[in-house]
Design a protein around this ligand. Structure first.
Ligand code: ADP
Length: 407
């Protein structure tokens, strides 16, 4: 048994609260480092990512002494050492999603941040050291994919928690088959954002913008497939184009910027490649006319209309500010279209009628369905996918289950 598992639940809680409070105290520093490192706009780091990361620690700190009640008549024990591998789109937030529940459940952690965005994870290591958490309980190891693979294959690791591409998720699953390692995978997505004709139009337009352009579209649950009911199609497209043209693109550290930099040159190439594919598949393109900065990796917010279900830009995850748009006439039609994807992570439904929202949300094969909003996260709420979007949930009580043994 590890040292951490022997610390009493109430003491564990104090350590985790302390980490949360220290993160809050250093929130400004964390936000600036996150933006410098990842290219995401400072408004998002400051107002969304960092506060949410702190909240994950606050939330899971409260669970340490309640596990026995959450799983009545069972003996709850930690798994041991968990290996955690995270991507570059929400570097600190993903670290918090992974580390907080693992610690609350009594495990020790080896976490590998993504190679392009390791700085806030290293800062977090400093904060965790300052919190007085016993040495060796949380370990941050930087490196490329091969370091991740070492972690996956290490015989002392009891569980792997991975967030990243479906391709690497499949490799991980293969590598651990035949071993008794547990695994949770949070993978890609191509989520449907559905606008019904009775939706509040202006809010829906904001929701479309936020759904696809938040964090430059580097979001696994991005609302990257838009479905608009035919009767409101023209007005939505008109307003959407006008709104896109007003987005400010540029310096991520400027608090007025709406769209920051693409995370890496490699990712920019991937996105541009998909934009070319979209054009060659015959879809109609509209891009913001805002002048992009000469230096750095930037991509103009892009929408494609006249997209068909078989097009690659409709089927494949682009992970950038690129939206595909289709229309529909009936609810049954949009359910079929929305579910026609190898992924099933999230969806959005915009309507004035609760009954319509409930009807759709029960039929969409997506782990999270937002109603009249998009890209909202909360530590109490489970997040995760169906199909090639992976399995296992993060957040809430559901997010603790993958880190415990029940007897
Ligand atoms: P993306 O395509 O978004 O960069 P990846 O799935 O390649 O996503 O990367 C997510 C994380 O997985 C990163 O931390 C990366 O270093 C790591 N990784 C990449 N390849 C492997 C692998 N074969 N085994 C384990 N981890 C890997």
């Amino acid at each position: 048994m590890n040292i951490w598992s022997k610390v009493s639940p109430s003491e564990k809680s104090k350590y985790i609260y302390r980490i949360a409070r220290l993160m809050q105290e250093r929130a400004r520093e964390l936000a600036i480092i996150e933006t410098l490192d990842s290219g995401k706009v400072i408004r998002e780091s400051r107002d969304i990512d960092i506060p949410l990361a702190c909240n994950h620690f606050f939330y899971y700190a409260g669970w340490t002494d309640k596990l026995q009640y959450a799983f009545p008549n069972k003996k709850v024990s930690p798994l041991g050492v968990v290996g955690q591998i995270i991507p570059w789109n929400f570097p600190l937030l993903m670290a918090a999603w992974k580390i907080a529940p693992a610690l609350a459940a009594g495990n020790t952690v080896v976490l590998k941040p993504a190679e392009t965005t390791s700085l806030t994870a290293l800062k977090l290591a400093e904060i965790i050291r300052d919190s007085g958490l016993p040495d060796g309980v949380v370990n941050i190891v930087t490196g490329y994919g091969d370091t991740g693979a070492e972690l996956v294959n290490h015989y002392d690791i009891n569980k792997i928690a991975f967030t990243g591409s479906t391709t690497v998720g499949k490799i991980i699953q293969k590598s651990i088959s035949g071993s008794d390692k547990k695994v949770t995978l949070e993978l890609g997505g191509k989520s449907a954002n559905i606008i019904l004709e009775d939706a509040p139009i202006d809010q829906a337009v904001e929701g479309i913008i936020n759904g696809i352009f938040f964090n430059q579209g580097h979001v696994c649950c991005a609302g990257s497939r838009l479905f608009v009911q035919e009767s409101i199609y023209d007005i939505i497209i008109k307003k959407l184009k006008r709104r896109i043209d007003k987005l400010i693109i540029g310096d991520p550290l400027d608090k007025n910027t709406d769209i920051g930099a693409i995370n890496s040159k490699e990712q920019l190439n991937t996105i541009n490649n998909y934009i070319n594919i979209g054009k060659s598949e015959g879809s109609k393109i509209f891009q913001s006319s805002y002048k992009l900065p000469n230096k750095g990796y930037y991509c103009a917010p892009t929408i494609f209309t006249d997209v068909s279900q078989s097009n690659r830009i409709f089927q494949e995850e682009i992970f950038g500010p690129v939206l595909t748009i289709q229309t529909f006439r009936t609810i049954d039609e949009v359910i079929k279209k929305a579910n026609n994807s190898p992924y099933g992570l999230a969806a959005g439904v915009w309507s004035d009628k609760g009954s319509r929202v409930f009807n759709l949300s029960s039929k969409l094969r997506a782990g999270v369905v937002w109603a009249n909003t998009y890209n909202k996260f909360d530590p109490t709420s489970p997040f995760g996918g169906y199909k090639e979007s992976g399995f296992g949930r993060e957040g809430g009580l559901h997010g603790l289950s993958p880190y415990i043994n029940l007897k």
